[in-house]
Design a protein around this ligand. Structure first.
Ligand SMILES: [Zn+2]
Length: 270
């Protein structure tokens, strides 16, 4: 599933080809994503220049002169640039053709993604309640400490809650808790301020490193330029259940926590 680094990698890959370009037409072959693609998307977007491509959490905001296309890659979506008119294969649901002769092509085999239109995207119902971006100063260990007081839930689902901070998916939560030496099962409300400061620093460091390397390759993810990500070989815990800890050699334990697979080192994480 594309996580924040993959979405940011996609943004960086597609933005230079979109910004300042005029849309010539929008071809929708299948509207049935998580929500239907608006029937008038072609009418609204064609003829408009794309001003900027931004990201908020895992949403890409393709801002035109009037209105913004909000796109989410869901479980299996990707956006990449192709030559306009390139015949579409199965699952290649949308082409946004540009006057440059390129087209932004949306592919999504499982169709859990989204492509919506909004005149005020930051106040859209999907975005308005999101917590701060992890790589900004609005997110830090003090926020984690304060929001967690009195909470019995485990720390891992706590840091994966989009109202606390956005973009900390299963891979990055698992890795950040390993790096900070915190047991993922520990009650969020029982963790000290000093340990949350360390955890927030690790979340930022790991997300920034993953973005730097183009995201974490998981099966078929590709960035906007068609290149796979290169973060997977650096994982310490995620996907390594029953393998030896790279730090101490202890066998990593795999459990279910909040319906998600969680791997941790019983010796390094307390
Ligand atoms: Zn260990």
């Amino acid at each position: 599933m594309p996580e924040l680094p993959e979405v940011e990698t996609t943004r960086r890959g597609i933005a230079p080809h979109l910004e300042g370009q005029r849309v010539s037409r929008v071809i929708v072959r299948d509207r049935r994503l998580r929500w239907p693609i608006p029937e008038d998307l072609d009418v609204r977007l064609s003829g408009q220049k794309i001003v900027v491509v931004e990201r908020r959490a895992k949403y890409l905001l393709i801002q035109a002169e009037v209105g913004t296309l909000i796109s989410h890659l869901g479980m299996s979506g990707n956006l990449r640039l192709v030559e306009a008119g390139l015949p579409a294969l199965k699952h290649e649901h949308v082409d946004i053709e540009l006057e440059s002769g390129l087209a932004l092509r949306y592919t999504d085999p499982r169709r859990f993604g989204a492509m919506l239109w909004s005149l005020d995207p930051h106040n859209h119902e999907l975005l308005i309640r999101l917590g701060p971006e992890p790589l900004t100063d609005l997110f830090d260990g003090l926020r984690l400490f304060e929001l967690s007081r009195g909470r019995a839930m485990a720390v891992k689902p706590f840091i994966m809650d989009n109202a606390v901070v956005v973009g900390v998916g299963n891979i990055y939560a698992t890795e950040a808790l390993f790096a900070a030496g915190i047991d993922p099962r520990r009650a969020a409300g029982s963790i000290s301020k000093a340990r949350y400061i360390k955890l927030a620093i690790e979340i930022k460091r790991i997300l920034a490193a993953a973005i730097e390397r183009g995201g974490t390759t998981l099966r078929d993810f590709i960035g906007g330029d068609g290149q796979p990500g290169y973060f997977q070989q650096e994982l310490f815990a995620y996907g390594r259940g029953e393998q030896p800890c790279k730090v101490c050699g202890t066998t990593l334990r795999e459990i279910k926590l909040g319906q998600r697979a969680s791997v941790y080192c019983p010796k390094c994480q307390k």
